[in-house]
Design a protein around this ligand. Sequence first.
Ligand SMILES: NC(=O)c1ccc[n+]([C@@H]2O[C@H](COP(=O)([O-])OP(=O)(O)OC[C@H]3O[C@@H](n4cnc5c(N)ncnc54)[C@H](OP(=O)(O)O)[C@@H]3O)[C@@H](O)[C@H]2O)c1
Length: 166
Amino acid sequence: MIRAIVAVDKEWGIGKKNGLLFNIPEDMKFFREKTLDAVVCMGYNTLLSFPNGKPLKNRINATLCPPEINRDDLFCFHDLDSMLDFIKRAEKDVYIIGGAMFYHTMLPYCEEVYVTKVDAVGNAEVFFDDLDKDGDFSLVEESPSLDASGYKIRFTTYRNNNVKKI
Ligand SMILES: NC(=O)c1ccc[n+]([C@@H]2O[C@H](COP(=O)([O-])OP(=O)(O)OC[C@H]3O[C@@H](n4cnc5c(N)ncnc54)[C@H](OP(=O)(O)O)[C@@H]3O)[C@@H](O)[C@H]2O)c1
């Protein structure tokens, strides 16, 4: 199954200065548990936002990257069709892990989206699509509001009712 996983603020903001808006270990733990041993696909800016620009451990990493970039520490694709072909052949769960540009491109192919909602405003520069305004998506699960490192957060799941087949 193809899923996206994201943390958003009250305005569906997800990042600024090529970094995250919040540091919430409880959400990091959720992300790690969900994506462990899976395939994680990302845009190139998101790869660069990781410590030392390195792929995530214990996962199969793939990125859509500029033509001049070729790396041997993860799968690099230079066009969307090659990335989609790779995803189609994957024998494990696939997670789309950001950022804004890549989420937007991949959302139609995602069956589910795990959205951690942070009840705060992070003054974001980049945003996730507002799924409450997207007729294809419905909210199917929502945790109670939880206290997490000084923030109120909710773990939610949206389902795509109009999945685009690869
Ligand atoms: N809150 C969260 O859960 C979360 C998760 C992940 C990331 N983020 C944040 O999101 C921000 C990064 O997002 P971003 O939108 O700047 O970058 P991005 O989507 O990570 O990467 C953008 C780059 O990837 C390539 N790319 C992405 N989609 C493409 C497409 N459809 N076709 C061709 N190339 C494509 C492009 O390379 P070229 O155009 O250079 O060829 C583009 O410059 C950071 O602030 C990061 O911290 C937040």
